[in-house]
Ligand binder design. Structure first.
Ligand code: ACO
Length: 325
């Protein structure tokens, strides 16, 4: 079987819903500022669940939807910028929780573009190694890296996980995709990590372990790449916007999505959005959106959907799928 389809989808969100009004008790902000600048009304925040746990719960749902078993999974690719630990990979911890004993498991780091990169990589590996089933996961526990005193970032992000099962098929599901990086802009969004300090270091390098973002710079990058990426997908597939049922963008800011809709002369309804509910969940945002769309009954077999991501790195990418469940 030559092709790869999405056979199941699932998500996990923590039970703690934090509204804009809750945040206004922590930092100097208000619902009006947050909603008008970002479209966000609430987000779900971990009360202790780490990335691996949220990812595993999303994977179990996706496996159930795909009517397969954890033992049939050959590959787990997990995209995150907030892993449980530096090592082992979060994917290996997920493998253990769900009992996917026959899989090879590893993480990739491409921040908010992570799910697009992971999907592309998993599809290629499945074809190269003749794998039958793979899990592709986007999972984030961003709240542990948020500076809860920085109002310019703490209002933007949420936690959660989304996963899909990819399966080999005769019919085409995942179409072509592309992934790009602009490493010269790496400093626009950072979670730096550990200091460089040992008995052999003369001058210690202090690293900031909380998320820092140049919001305006990222905003400019995001608005240009989202439109460019959608157009590239259309051109490469010889399609026009009328052929597309939905565009599922990374949920970073409603104004980025509104800009794209205006530029492409598309009704905003063509873009699926759940940012009002979940905020920006980085690598988890696109698979969580797919899971919500599936649960809401929006997705019909044969629907053509463009997924488009952009984020730290800076990175961006897109893929086209024929919905198959
Ligand atoms: N509440 C109230 N006021 C605030 C808040 C807040 N939460 N945050 C900032 N402000 C103030 C600022 O201090 C500033 O005040 P000043 O004018 O007195 O200095 C004013 O509001 C305007 O701040 P800006 O940063 O210019 O606000 P802007 O309209 O640009 O919105 C935002 C900021 C929402 C971050 C926007 O730039 C954005 O969405 N950027 C893109 C983010 C993105 O796409 N990220 C994706 C990748 S994330 C990843 O990869 C992990």
């Amino acid at each position: 079987m030559k092709e790869v389809i999405i056979g199941g989808v699932g998500k996990y969100i923590p039970s703690k819903k934090v509204t804009n009004n809750h945040l206004s008790e922590i930092v100097d902000t208000n619902d009006e500022w947050i909603f008008s600048r970002t479209g966000i009304k609430s987000r779900y925040i971990s009360t202790g669940e780490d990335t691996s746990y949220m990812a595993a719960m999303a994977c179990e749902k996706a496996i159930k939807e795909a009517k397969t078993s954890a033992l049939d999974i050959d590959l787990i690719v997990l995209a995150t910028c907030t892993p449980d630990m530096f090592t082992p990979s979060t994917a290996c911890i997920v493998q253990s929780i769900i009992g996917a004993k026959n899989a090879v498991a590893f993480d990739i780091s491409a921040a908010c573009s992570g799910f697009i990169f992971a999907l592309d990589l998993a599809k290629s590996l499945m074809k190269m190694h003749n794998y039958k089933h793979a899990l592709v996961v986007g999972a984030e526990n961003l709240s542990k890296f948020i500076d809860w005193q920085d109002r310019s970032t703490c209002v933007l992000f949420g936690d959660g996980a989304g996963a899909v099962v990819l399966s080999r098929s005769e019919s085409s599901g995942l179409g072509n995709s592309f992934c790009k990086s602009d490493g010269d802009k790496w400093s626009c969004i950072t979670i730096e990590g550990s200091d460089i300090d040992s008995p052999f270091v003369d001058s210690k390098t202090i690293r900031e372990s909380k998320l820092k973002m140049n919001g305006n710079e990222v905003f400019k990058f995001a608005t240009s790449t989202i439109v460019k990426s959608i157009n590239k997908m259309l051109e490469e597939n010889n399609l026009s916007l009328e052929d597309i049922d939905y565009i599922v963008p990374h949920q970073a800011n409603i104004r980025i999505i509104e800009y794209a809709a205006k530029k492409l002369k598309l009704p905003i309804e063509k873009f699926y959005t759940n940012i009002h509910e979940h905020g920006n969940t980085s690598a988890a945002s696109i698979p969580m959106a797919l899971s919500d769309m599936y649960e809401e009954g929006l997705l019909k077999e044969g629907n053509k959907i463009i997924l488009v991501g952009f984020g730290a790195g800076l990175t961006y990418g897109a893929t086209i799928i024929n919905w198959s469940i």
